[in-house]
Design a binder for this molecule. Structure first.
Ligand code: NAD
Length: 339
């Protein structure tokens, strides 16, 4: 297999490159990544020395870079995206550009290069809020409520259109909230772990009663690998662990594991349009033989330990442009919060 991994220097993409090298030892992998604020070659430490891996710095929104990189690959996986809901509320334009237009440019190149499989990595957020006790399957309506989710849904629809219209051999996975090593510390779990380790306040949105289905990154990568191998072309597969936790309970679990002081918790103004609950029916992916191997308790313990052991990695990030984002997102909220 000659695999092109777009967005392979980000959180899930870099974990997937490691997974792929073990799962398909005879493969060669091109990591194609723009290295935005979220991309980081340190995420690929130990992997870039592997003779099977090549790194290309490139933008999926650039037709010339993409059409130079895609030929000679049999499989394409697209992780490349703007991926943070809060940033999409502050600056939606980059999301529409990368997550929709960038996807179209990759699909166009896949069409011309006769690839065997193109897999689009998408998200459960495209379904919007799911009332309890419902779980949504792949035929459920798309009701995205943030610019991020709407842009990802637009990408999914283009993928399906390229399959129906041009017979591009596509697959889509819609993963649940993912956590684990190498996640940029803007997202809930790594933000709160690293704030605990620095004795900083933990800004919990609203009442903290939002429910998410937490998926450990290794299980997510295994799901993507399974769909790439065995999924039926033109189909979409939900990937979730059915580990439904309220945000406030996740925060309590992080406090307990890291030994931080519970008085760090601050309830702050909620995110606008914040979905209350995501919940996936994953029977279609499980019918391919995919199983979840990590409990939430075990995955969270591994993740807290990883951030404790990799302080240099996240401190470098938090001391850079992250500071401006954090100030824009949280300074006012924290100033107006109640202890
Ligand atoms: N993190 C989650 O909880 C989660 C859950 C489900 C699905 N997803 C999806 O999985 C994918 C990866 O998510 P992540 O959390 O690893 O994101 P991330 O933000 O950590 O990584 C995104 C990567 O894409 C690269 N990138 C961004 N724009 C690019 C462009 N124009 N051209 C080339 N590369 C570009 C970045 O440099 C970065 O390396 C995304 O498509 C996301 O929507 C994420």
């Amino acid at each position: 297999m000659k695999l092109l991994v777009a967005g392979g220097a980000g959180f899930i993409g870099s974990n997937f490159v490691r997974h792929a090298l073990t799962r398909w030892p005879g493969s060669s992998i091109t990591v194609f990544d723009k290295l935005t604020y979220a991309g980081n070659l340190e995420n690929l430490e130990g992997v870039l020395d592997d003779p099977r891996v090549t790194f290309v710095q490139g933008d999926i929104c650039s037709p010339s870079s993409v059409s130079a990189a895609v030929p000679r690959h049999s499989h394409i996986i697209n992780f490349a995206a703007e991926s943070h809901v809060d940033r999409s509320i502050l600056e939606p334009d980059a999301f529409v550009k990368t997550d929709i237009e960038g996807t179209r440019i990759l699909l166009e190149a896949a069409k011309g290069a006769n690839v065997e499989r193109y897999l689009q990595v998408s998200t459960d957020e495209v379904y919007g809020h799911i009332p309890a006790p419902q779980r949504i399957n792949e035929d459920g309506p798309l009701r995205p409520r943030s610019p991020y989710a709407a842009s990802k849904a637009g990408g999914d629809l283009l993928v399906n259109a390229y399959h129906a219209t041009y017979n591009v051999p596509t697959l889509v996975t819609r993963g649940a909230n993912t956590y684990g090593p190498y996640q940029y510390p803007e997202k809930l779990i790594p933000l709160f772990i690293t704030n605990c380790l620095e004795h900083l306040p933990l800004p919990v949105y609203g009442d903290g009663m939002q429910a998410r289905d937490w998926l450990f990154v290794k299980d997510h990568c295994n799901g993507i690998g399974t769909v790439l191998e065995r999924g039926q072309l033109g189909e979409t597969y939900n990937l979730g662990a059915s580990h439904e936790w309220l945000n406030r309970d996740v925060v309590d679990a992080i406090l307990e594991r890291s030994g931080a002081d519970p008085s760090l918790v601050r309830h702050v103004h909620d995110r606008p349009g914040h979905d209350r609950r995501y919940a996936l029916d994953t029977s279609k992916a499980r019918a391919l033989g995919w199983t979840i191997e990590t409990t939430f308790e075990d995955g969270l313990a591994q993740t807290v330990d990883w951030y404790e052991d990799h302080r240099d990695w996240w401190k470098r990030i938090k001391e850079g442009s992250f500071k401006d984002f954090y100030a824009a997102q949280y300074d006012r909220r924290l100033a107006e919060s109640l202890p």
